[in-house]
Design a protein around this ligand. Sequence first.
Ligand code: NAD
Ligand code: DAU
Length: 349
Amino acid sequence: MKNILITGGSGFIGSNFIHYLLKESNFSGRIINIDKLTYAGNPENLISIEDEFKDRYSFFKVDICDKESLANIFIKYKIDAICHFAAESHVDRSIASPEAFIHTNIIGTFNLLELARTNQDHIELFHHISTDEVFGSLGDTGIFSEDDPYRPNSPYSASKAASDHLVRSYHKTYNLPVTISNCSNNYGPYQFPEKLIPLMVLNAVENKPLPIYGNGKNVRDWLFVNDHCKAIWTIMQSGKRGETYNIGGNTEMENLPLVEMICDILDDILPENGNRPHKELITFIKDRPGHDLRYAIDFSKLQRELRWKPEESLTSGLQKTIKWYLDNKDWVNHIKSGEYRTWIESHYS
Ligand code: NAD
Ligand code: DAU
């Protein structure tokens, strides 16, 4: 794979993946990142990459729903592989305004698949990034495996489920070389502070309430983002075309103890902070509609067939993540003040 097209590379996982590919992996080719730069896309995530890898990294502000701009990328570069991250990703936003999720996650994925199909003579791989949420919700027991039926419960997960089905169909019908990965909840650097972990860290530091939906007993399986990046690259290199791989952290936690863990770490590393103990900021609020109770993911196929397993423990991953948010005050302030949007508007108007 010489030229990899990455969609949504300016978001949380996409930007971590670009850092990983260029700085840590055996990849020696070129990355073309296309991203619409919605509220979740932040060019600041890749500033060091733009400087350090001028000859191996290019960025284009492109909406995957815009077929003509997408086609121009395929004319300009001989794309060998596509790694498709671009999506509307936040469940709460999908409940409030589902439309963008349908456009980007379904139509956008369809547009990319069509371009891959029409350039099929030199496309080695279309890797589609998806979520464990397509499988729905578990009760107190059970674990999602690749063969489980899809039972999405939010407009977000329904749109991701639709996109997974389209990708699968392009393999079965047109023999497009695809792989799909369904991953559990990620956390780590560059995550937009609307998601649970960065929201709780930044609120706690600022002495703001820590809003827990419902009773705080919902369970998620947490994975450090760099482990996800390693899994994706493993699948892209060695995964069997046409197959789906589950990715998880083997780290199930209820939301309340997870937030308490964040508070304890902050108590330790900010001994001078007047907000200690941070746990006192926890507030229970109205539950998310259709809130999935529990996710747990069986990644034994990936472990057995491709020898991947998560390396970071939840404690060390959380410590690294919290330290990153405390050390990167400019990144945080540019998001909070909206300065990152002003920068985007002045550069891409
Ligand atoms: P994110 O919201 O941080 O980033 C999404 C990126 O996609 C942003 O840069 C945004 O600007 C871009 N984008 C949105 N609409 C676009 C469009 N129409 N055209 C081009 N670019 C567009 O999301 P994330 O958390 O990094 O998630 C990335 C992918 O991983 C998504 O497909 C998501 O479903 C999947 N996923 C996320 C998690 C998680 O825990 N965050 C877990 C499993 C799977
Ligand atoms: O499972 C993978 C999915 O994980 C990804 O596909 C999604 O893109 C990603 O956003 C994430 O979805 P969740 O809804 O699980 O993540 P979120 O961080 O929004 O919420 C995690 C849990 O915390 C969930 O049970 C809801 C709860 N929560 C969330 C927020 C933002 C709260 O209790 N309070 C909050 O303020």
